[in-house]
Write a new protein. Structure first.
Lengths: 331, 331, 331
């Protein structure tokens, strides 16, 4: 059978070769805050500032045009998945959203995480993974050749949240060294508290941990803080620290954590941020929250210029833009 | 610690500054049909015609390149969400689809609509909201700095549906003044009927309302029509009006509305559009339906050139393209 | 009322006219493997090779920029939907993902597939459909003016899977004629086995069917093979064929197919691919699987260079890129 030649579809010579730059993060996975030393933090924060300038001045860019992000969320997380989708789209990239009901598909058929990851990396240039099990992100990274970004692995880590938290402190107050940071609420189970605390050990700071007795910071994290010779105190009432802190990092005290509901009712008021409490705080300080909140910061605090939690959300997009560009060799 | 300077990623001078044009809708929310006077209707319809020409001649454009739409659907709605996604994509923009299962995420953790909206506006340039509660779109608009477009708020409004309905009448028949429009079916709960009726008060028309007794137009809407001195009649049988109407706007009579099923069986035939009924209608008229339909227009009517309901669907995309461009300062 | 002229938004003369090329597939639906003769296979495979070169050398292209794919999945299928989304995005096109929970929306309101399809074609340039009912893709194609691509219709066909399977055999081994292909596992219900078998009839090959008695190839498919005068044998144990096959196409033997669980336990080991089994196979051969797998290929086989199943996944993206480009008149 003689068949004529099929004319080619693309003229590769006229298509620009993809440019990649080598940086310490190109091709790397982002699994844990322990990957970030001061130099890497400085690099990512500088890039995040550029991303902010880009969004404010031009809205978006073509830096990641043609790149594809698989957003694989085994747990729903509107905020984090929307942030990673927006980050990719603002840099001109595309997204495969697998953000709902993934449990009903391949997974329910018994496929391993490793197989799902090795499938998705055939399609995508980077995989963003949220998974309910601790260690899942590392497993994914072990199997994938493309970069994996941990968007939260159960009780494990949520490194992009910790980076955006630290970036927010830096941008709101101009520096990190010399600050007094109070973490408030559920310090036992609060993954974001643990990760941010670990990042803060790189700096010369004071830490104040404010929680109910049953939700105190775990031993391991506390010992890390002590080993780093950081000035640290624990207390049960935010009123004890409000006057002297530069950062109030608030998390939710969940009713479900208490077996004795009377105990919950008794303590919960000590962890609510009210305008009255804010009146006693420094003029220059910030209130932060990883969100969602359910009343632990009163809505009347929102108009206070020190309320930084929605700016914190926006910083999340900038940090994720910087990380995506970096691991894809474009920063 | 001495660190070298990180070279900048973007050269903003070589990136074109985003152009925005001021029009009456730039930065505005689209919440209710009451926002639209004749001049605004004329403007949007002219833009919608341009969008149709664009899609027919070029397929798409880069007008909203780099812009991001958050499509936040608390209720599933394949048709409306797909329409808003397509509208954004045909203009070169991107979408954060939050169209399924949103109830399982932040929302289920107890986050308020206001907080969800203030989060999404950190990522997106415009928010499209479908919500089951009346008034939700206005609440969202009150909190958001970016434009909010109401894609249906429960028993409230669905303004883009009413605009596409009116646009379809105008494009199918060449004018609106002088027409006789019959609304058929569930006039009591039919949100689209109420919104379209309100828009039609801007024109010199006649209205015929055809419904079972228990599904008659609500008093408030009827009084608005009477106050506008519109020629209006109510009837129980579509056969009474079929010979003289220019527009037959059909909605579904839901069995669930009837406590007495015998009553439903008795009346339902009076609201079915059949080829026999169409044979008695004018040669130049249109049959419309907001869809989905479940038998109230017989499938054999679909080939009738007067059946406009799928063209009506397409007009929805053009109207939403026009609105997105307008509120984003690009029209 | 005198109103000034609204200045036009687009200058169509400066916008390039969309180029389309006529090929045998432009505007066609892809419903069944029976549409593909040797010439069409050669054409699609040549285009798929170009897509691979594109992805490897440039990552992506703008070939389908401005085109929209509606990905309508009535059944969840992470792998197939992600593949079709990636294929469109790598060619610069956009996607309307309707891949989860579609059953809760229009459909649950009782809308017919025909109406859903006629709605989506108002928005999209091509519709990819996965549906649980056999024949659904043909129904969709009958109603749609835009091309419909069958992404699996129940026990019916899954033509893009069969094409990527055949393409993988061709690319891994350099040719198809002269090969001995063994299909292993559930040959009765395995849709991919049936479709691939039908495609292979175009070639000069030998077929070996390896299955438990109750999961043997259906009569109709077997008779088609016999009618094509293909050298064919059936057996109950993969060990019988392992030494002489060039392709081992493995599918899952589902426990649920057996009424007698003892029978399942007895036979299942005969369908597991282990390193020991692979040690007896030819040096140049391939192991394939449509995935997901649940243990029927041991994970220790993954590092064997003959394990082609993840390359097979990637080929799926290339085949779908080629098909999308072809039906949209761009190849």
């Amino acid at each position: 059978m003689i068949m004529e030649k099929i004319p080619p579809l693309f003229d590769f010579d006229t298509m620009p070769e993809p440019e990649t730059f080598s940086n310490g993060l190109t091709g790397q996975d982002i699994i844990s805050v322990s990957q970030f030393n001061l130099e890497k933090l400085r690099y990512i924060f500088e890039r995040a500032r550029e991303m902010r300038e880009l969004v404010e001045r031009r809205g978006s860019a073509d830096l990641l045009k043609g790149k594809i992000e698989a957003a694989l969320f085994y747990e729903p997380s509107t905020r984090t998945s929307a942030s990673f989708i927006a980050a990719m789209e603002r840099l001109g990239g595309s997204v495969i959203p697998i953000t709902q009901g993934v449990q009903f598909s391949s997974v329910s058929k018994g496929e391993t995480l490793a197989d799902t990851i090795r499938t998705l990396e055939q399609y995508a240039d980077v995989i963003v993974l949220r998974h309910p099990k601790i260690g899942a992100a590392q497993v994914a990274a072990d199997y994938a050749d493309v970069p994996v970004i941990n968007a939260g692995d159960g009780a494990g880590e949520h490194p992009t949240q910790a980076l955006l938290d630290l970036f927010t402190i830096r941008e709101e107050l101009g520096h990190v060294d010399g600050l007094r940071v109070a973490m408030v609420g559920d310090l036992r189970y609060g993954r974001t508290v643990h990760s941010l605390t670990r990042l803060l050990r790189h700096f010369d700071i004071s830490l104040r941990f404010v929680s109910p007795e049953i939700l105190r910071l775990p031993l391991t994290v506390m010992n890390e803080v002590i080993d780093a010779k950081i000035d640290v105190r624990e207390t049960h009432d935010v009123a004890d620290v409000i006057e002297n802190v530069d950062v109030l990092y608030v998390t939710r005290v969940q009713k479900e954590r208490f077996t004795d509901l009377a105990q919950y009712e008794e303590v919960k008021n000590q962890y609510e941020i009210t305008p009255e409490l804010m009146a006693r705080a420094k003029k220059k300080m910030v209130v932060m929250h990883p969100l969602p909140r359910v009343g632990e910061i009163h809505y009347s605090v929102d108009d206070d210029p020190r309320a930084a939690y929605f700016r914190q959300v926006r910083n999340g997009m900038y940090i994720r833009m910087a990380l995506l560009a970096a691991v894809l060799g474009k920063a």
